[in-house]
Ligand binder design. Sequence first.
Ligand code: XMP
Length: 512
Amino acid sequence: TILIVDFGSQVTQLIARRVREAGVYSEIAPFNTAEEAFHRLKPMGIILSGSPAGVPEEGSPRAPEVIFESGLPILGICYGQQVMNHQLGGTVETGIDGEFGRAFLTVTKPCALFEGLWEVDDKHQVWMSHGDKVTNFAPGFEIVATSEGAPFAVIADESRKYYGTQFHPEVVHTPDGGKLIANFIHHVCGCAGDWTMAEYKAAKIADIREQVGDGKVICGLSGGVDSSVAAILIHEAIGDQLMCVFVDHGLLRLNEREQVETLFRDHYNIPLVVVDAEERFMAGLDGVSDPEKKRKFIGGEFIEVFDEEAARIGGADFLAQGTLYPDVIESVSFTGGPSVTIKSHHNVGGLPERMNMQLVEPLRELFKDEVRDLGRELGLNDQFVGRHPFPGPGLAIRIPGEVTKERCDILRKADAIYLEEIRNAGLYDAIWQAFAVLLPVKTVGVMGDSRTYDNVCGLRAVTSTDGMTADVYPFDASFLTRVSTRIVNEVKGINRVVYDYTSKPPGTIEWE
Ligand code: XMP
């Protein structure tokens, strides 16, 4: 086990992720409870995170002294490097000009962190984000790498196995960062690296049991990977103390509701209530064409329906959600500062307070690909765990203008053909998200000898790693021709197909 002492950096979870990738279990403990965690976990090494605070500031956080008395290896990152240096007798000062963003460092001495990776005199790209810096290092330390803005970019005391990096090895902008962390964990701490998702699952099941006791849990399913994995995991932990609710708002893809019913009821034998709320949603969407109004209505109505259903089944003590780590940090950018609302996202936020329930969020520290691994561990097949993301407001935000049941039915058919062709061509897993949109535009066409005057269907497919930025997927012309022909021939109501060639930014992935 590795103990990660958190000083409040926005990227502490990324450290945990890198440790998991190295096949080692870790736990994050806030600095003020880290001592207790240290005694409980009996770790083989310790990593100190970054922080928005500065070591020279009054009242800024410190690491518990016990970790320095323990004789265990320590890796301090950014603030972690500075605070370690400070507590061991060095000095840290507020930098005149901090370093932010990409920087290059030069290796000056070999060290265990660099083993098999970096040689003396090599230059490597790293990601810096700091205002303060170490100006005088503590006894025993020496410099092993420098950068222009941080002469002590990496310091080491190999006899005590203490290492400090001024840069952030945990972020992807430090290309070798994951390997540096793995070196620390495997070579310096001596951890084996054989920890797996199966053990993660077992640990989470124990956590859920402890949190929930004999309480009742309700979980809203969306048909997506996250809520499904959360529900199946919770069901493994507490069995039928869990009740799942699936709201069919009429904005789902073709056969989606049936797939959810089969999976949960038949395959996993999980108690499931399906609410047929199509009419209610369609009535509420009548005459609404503004994207934000659609989103707000759907989000609000979803909560209403869910709330009513929860009351009908006698209430619950806990609300389960498939919140992922990126959802937690979504509105906060890496360099800090609030971000503006581009779209109001729909989830079941607001429910817990209203219904006076506590949250159960077993996926809160995971990233999407890790959730997929966990899903496989729980017996979900590759096709299910590899499903493209689908937005809460569903087809409503893929039908610019007014949403009607008729338009949803047309879109469902076109979308199903498009995805079928993508799967047949073996392209599904290479694409982050692919879907059809139905435009509020009619154009003239000719079929047989007659004139047609029908809707335009747009096709979208993007690649992305996190949905924050996206590139257009470059299909072959022959593929697009095939899809276009099938849609126009097979879907009544569509007589023209166009391909959306906009990346994000400037476009968003969804059309509304
Ligand atoms: P945009 O359109 O903002 O989408 O580029 C980025 C990712 O978020 C998904 N998305 C949503 N997911 N509720 C969700 O659960 C929403 O309201 C919502 N809006 C967009 C979108 O499908 C893409 O994956």
